[in-house]
Design a protein around this ligand. Structure first.
Ligand code: GLN
Length: 488
């Protein structure tokens, strides 16, 4: 029998409805699982068992009175430790926020409470979400459940690994340049980066504000739909939040009027893509062709500049967003300071890791008055070109299919000494953030050594329901979402 901790949120919700299990029992099962695998996986930075049990108990009481809040009532969910949860640590994976306790809830956190979900622990990440392997966390390394010698991807590596190994059925992460889609792919689960403005960023510690979006992780697309339903929608506390109608994502998964034209950009299948990954993704394309989709070759010429454009704009925003951590207002203050300047200097020197420092320096440089036009302004112009490429493509196709990452997960240490190599991990994901579009990654196979492979679907802005339904079609015809790592 399939272990309970590998069941999807929807299956667990059915069990709760049928009263074959209670929410408290469910939490106990996930706690037991977490205790068993956590020494090897290390996905969690903190876990408040008492709080989770209290919430689960409240869910059971509601159910007994027939007052269930919705399909996620009683379902445990893990949170990337960069999304605020009142009374819980909010480290952002950084030493500079060590011992910091969030005084407020993010909008998504509030919405999860309103949906009755049980918040289950804070998950590891690269410092301030900067990285592709979770190795930039100041606290610990999270291991890929498929092979412990490999990284889980990043920056939301804790979220992806925790879902993959059955510590939680669903989790939230954040995606600035691929940090939901790439770790989901590395761990063989699904992950969605919503359209910019669909999910409120209030309470998400900012990395690069024009690119950041909170996104869900799950074993399957149905659960992504359920979770997106809860977190999506306008919020007046985020000025970039959009007033748009939120459809019933779960219901629309079986949409007969599904879009039928899939674009395959030639730039995404050129050198740099691992042969095994390419072959596996071509099989996925073949699946869609056989199922009545038209496969259309397209070109996104400016996508070649996506990485430099992203690393210019993102670092500029990072340098500005991280300026607030100065050891004075609320971040950790160096104990060794003697004067005001020292407080800034030493607190930041001791508090930030090397990747954060690299990006702050780079970002300060591209924003400096001497270089602004040559780098930052130019990058903004290229960003517009990239957006236009997508807009043109979407005149001829409904969704775009591409790899999600250039290869499968890599070993610890393999790319840490070579930042450029690490940055290339994002080559297929960053353009989606630059253009503000939704992207989803879906598992589609395994490499010869048993590491998961996934592909990415990119949609029109605010067309998440189309994207989810095209992805769902693939997943129900295959059983990759029912493959689980063996942790014996
Ligand atoms: N890996 C990318 C980076 O290092 C993306 C990070 C993210 O999406 N948060 O910037």
């Amino acid at each position: 029998m399939e272990e309970l901790f590998f069941k999807s949120a929807e299956e667990l919700a059915q069990m709760l409805t049928q009263k074959s299990i209670s929410a408290v029992e469910l939490i106990q099962i996930f706690l037991k699982r977490t205790r068993a695998v956590e020494p090897k996986i290390q996905a969690f930075l903190s876990l408040d068992e008492e709080k989770s049990l209290r919430q689960a108990k409240a869910s059971d009481e509601r159910r007994a009175k027939g007052q269930v809040f919705g399909p996620l009532d009683g379902i445990p969910i893990g949170m990337k430790d960069i999304i605020a949860e009142k009374g819980q640590p909010l480290t952002c994976g950084s030493k500079i926020l060590e011992h910091y306790i969030s005084p407020y809830d993010a909008t998504v956190t509030e919405r999860l409470y309103e949906a009755g979900a049980v918040l289950f622990g804070r998950l590891n990440l690269d410092e301030f979400a900067m990285g592709s392997s979770t190795e930039n966390s100041a606290y610990q390394k999270t291991h890929n459940p498929w092979n412990l010698e490999y990284v889980p991807g990043g920056s939301s590596g804790g979220s992806a690994a925790a879902v993959c190994v059955g510590e939680v059925p669903i989790a939230l992460g954040s995606d600035t340049g691929g940090s939901v889609r790439q770790p989901a792919t590395c761990c063989g689960i699904t992950g969605l980066k919503p359209t910019y403005g669909l999910v409120s960023r209030y309470g998400l510690s900012a990395m690069a504000s024009s690119l950041d979006q909170i996104g869900p992780f799950a074993h399957n697309v149905i659960d992504l739909a359920l979770l997106l339903q809860v977190i999506a929608g306008y919020d007046d506390r985020d000025s970039t939040s959009c007033k748009t109608e939120i459809p019933n994502y779960r219901q629309l998964l079986k949409n007969d009027r599904q879009p039928r034209r899939i674009g395959v950009p030639k730039e995404y299948f050129s050198e740099g893509l691992d042969g095994e990954v390419r072959q596996t993704i071509e099989n996925a394309i073949e699946f869609y062709r056989k199922n009545g989709y038209s496969i259309i070759n397209i070109s996104l010429p400016n996508i070649l500049y996506a990485i430099p454009t992203y690393y210019t704009i993102m670092t500029a925003e990072v340098s500005s967003n991280l300026a607030r951590f100065d050891g004075i207002r609320y971040s950790r203050r160096s104990p060794k300071t003697t004067n005001a300047l020292d407080i800034y200097f030493k607190s930041r020197t001791e508090g930030f890791g090397s990747e954060a420092k690299r990006r702050i320096i780079l970002g300060t440089y591209v924003l400096s008055s001497d270089h602004l036009d040559a780098y930052y302004i130019r990058a903004q112009k290229v960003r517009t070109r990239i957006r236009e490429d997508f807009a043109r493509a979407f005149e001829a196709v409904d969704v775009i299919l591409s790899p999600a990452s250039p290869a499968t997960a890599f070993k610890f240490g393999e790319k840490m000494d070579d930042p450029l190599q690490m940055y290339l991990e994002d080559i297929y994901t960053v353009a989606v953030n630059l253009a503000g579009l939704p992207g989803i990654s879906i598992p589609c196979g395994f490499s010869k050594v048993g590491l998961p492979i996934g592909f990415q679907l990119i949609g029109r802005a605010f067309h998440e329901s189309e994207l989810l339904s095209v992805a769902h079609q693939f997943e129900i015809a295959h059983d990759f979402y029912r493959c689980f790592p063996n942790m014996a």
